[in-house]
Design a protein around this ligand. Structure first.
Ligand code: PLP
Length: 452
């Protein structure tokens, strides 16, 4: 087993960021790069190793962000680097839409073995999470001949035209892009901390599931015209929101009643992030389709749509792409899977996640500005509120925590309105978690209102 990723004396800030080299690059970037990129703060990355990312001015940050959750096995993992080098010397590209190559087949076999459901499956490859979901939409429509979809408010499934119709997180993701296709109905996500029905679990008796049947399917969204429901088992972009234990079982039962397929979008929560290969496994539910991206090839562009074999019965040329399932990305993904297995990274995600969650809950007791702490494995959200009773989101305070953490050497980003998200690589060690949390605690203390 390879050593987990540790580094004494991290983080190390030698010049307050953004330093001079970072500032110069940001100025050049402003001239040439699309305005639409988000840019959480002025971190100009130069290199990375394990759970540490280095900026162009020589600062070292503990990386609780993992390149937006993609670097599950950390930066520059030697096995991934070796696989990429060896594959690039052999075959960089050939195009799976027209020809065959072994890496693609091998990865298809591996994905079939790690996704839930012990029945034959088939995989459609692409280059991103949006494309993986787009393929799921098309496959679901093609197979069922049904036009409609269900999705959740607060969901993020991508920004392509098809997936933008599923995404319902922020108005800015749709503003000036209308008309969309109108075939998606959104229903409330089980966000128990802010229950959309004003109820409390478990006394709510899961009104949120009954609502779908009583109000949506029976009144205006015909179930017999519905191909699939897209779910994020943990809603990532909205703040790592974790549904209650029996939620997905209840939802799946409802969907099965109407022959509506479940698509589990695991672009963010998959490939070990939550301590299981796929987060939906925490609920013992087997979706008909699973989508994966981001971490699948540890940050190389790769998307996969894995479905029951009979669902992928679409005819030749009905869907394809040029660069999906690239051999280098496939070689990296095979090593990601092997590394997670051999280095027991699911166990490490659970172990370190339990420690991280415990320490964050202790901080919640200490600082009333922390309203909620939730998550599974190494996908954890800390939601900031101005007041524990009213739960008014403490947006500026959360942004300030994020900015201060950055200046002190902790790379961490927000999700939702006022949640800070903890998604370090699965290779992280306890000492690095503690080093990062010490920075976090100091900043939370600073932004917390002083008690009289
Ligand atoms: C759950 C989920 N689905 C889909 C996507 C879109 O993936 P991509 O940005 O690779 O298109 C994301 C990206 O954040 C995501 O979190």
């Amino acid at each position: 087993m390879a050593p987990l990723s540790s580094k004494p004396n991290a983080p190390k800030i030698i010049v307050t960021p953004p330093g001079p080299k970072a500032r110069a690059l940001i100025e050049r970037d402003a001239d040439v790069i699309s305005n639409s990129a988000i840019r959480s703060y002025p971190l100009v990355a130069e290199s990375g190793s394990g759970c540490i990312v280095n900026d162009v001015d020589g600062n070292e940050y503990v990386d609780f962000n993992s390149g937006h959750s993609a670097l599950v096995v950390g930066h520059a993992h030697p096995r991934i680097v070796k696989a990429i080098r060896e594959q690039s010397e052999k075959l960089i590209h050939y195009g799976w839409r027209d020809f065959y190559y072994e890496r693609l087949i091998e990865l298809g076999e591996q994905l079939n073995s790690i996704t839930p459901g012990s029945y034959p499956k088939k995989v459609f490859f692409s280059s991103s999470g949006s494309e993986a979901n787009e393929a799921a939409m098309k496959a679901a429509r093609w197979h069922t001949r049904r036009p409609l979809f269900l999705a959740f408010t607060g969901s993020f499934h991508g920004r392509s035209f098809g997936t933008m119709c599923l995404t319902a997180e922020k108005p800015i993701q749709r503003r000036h892009f209308f008309p969309l296709t109108p075939e998606v109905t959104h229903v409330p996500y089980p966000y128990c901390y802010r229950c959309p029905f004003g109820l409390q679990y478990p006394n709510c008796n899961m009104r949120c599931v009954d609502f779908i049947e009583d109000e949506v399917l029976t009144k205006y969204h015909p179930p017999e015209d519905t191909a699939a429901m897209f779910v994020e088992p943990i809603q990532g972009e909205s703040g790592c929101i974790v549904p209650p234990d029996d939620y997905f079982q209840r939802l799946k039962k409802l969907l099965d009643k109407y022959d509506i397929m479940m698509v589990s979008d695991e672009a963010q929560s998959g490939i070990g992030r939550t301590g299981k290969w796929f987060a939906i496994e925490h609920w013992n539910v087997i979706p008909e389709i699973i989508t994966s991206a981001k971490a699948l090839a540890s940050g190389l562009p790769l998307g996969a749509t894995v479905a029951k074999k009979e669902i992928m019965d679409w005819e030749k040329e009905s869907h394809a792409n040029s660069l999906g399932g690239n051999p280098i990305a496939c070689a990296a993904a095979l090593q990601v899977i092997e590394t997670i297995r051999e280095d027991r990274l699911l166990e490490n995600a659970n172990r370190q996640g339990t420690h991280l969650l415990k320490r964050l809950k202790e901080l919640q007791q200490k600082f009333p500005i922390i309203g909620d702490v939730r998550g599974k494995g190494l996908m954890i959200g800390v939601e900031f509120v101005k007041d524990q009773e009213t739960k008014e989101p403490a947006i500026d305070e959360a942004k300030s925590v994020m900015a201060k953490c950055f200046r002190r050497g902790l790379a961490i980003i927000m999700a939702g309105k006022s949640t800070i998200r903890f998604t370090p690589p699965l290779t992280i060690t306890r000492d690095l978690i503690d080093a990062g949390l010490d920075v976090f605690e100091g900043t939370v203390k600073e932004v917390s209102p002083k008690l009289a």
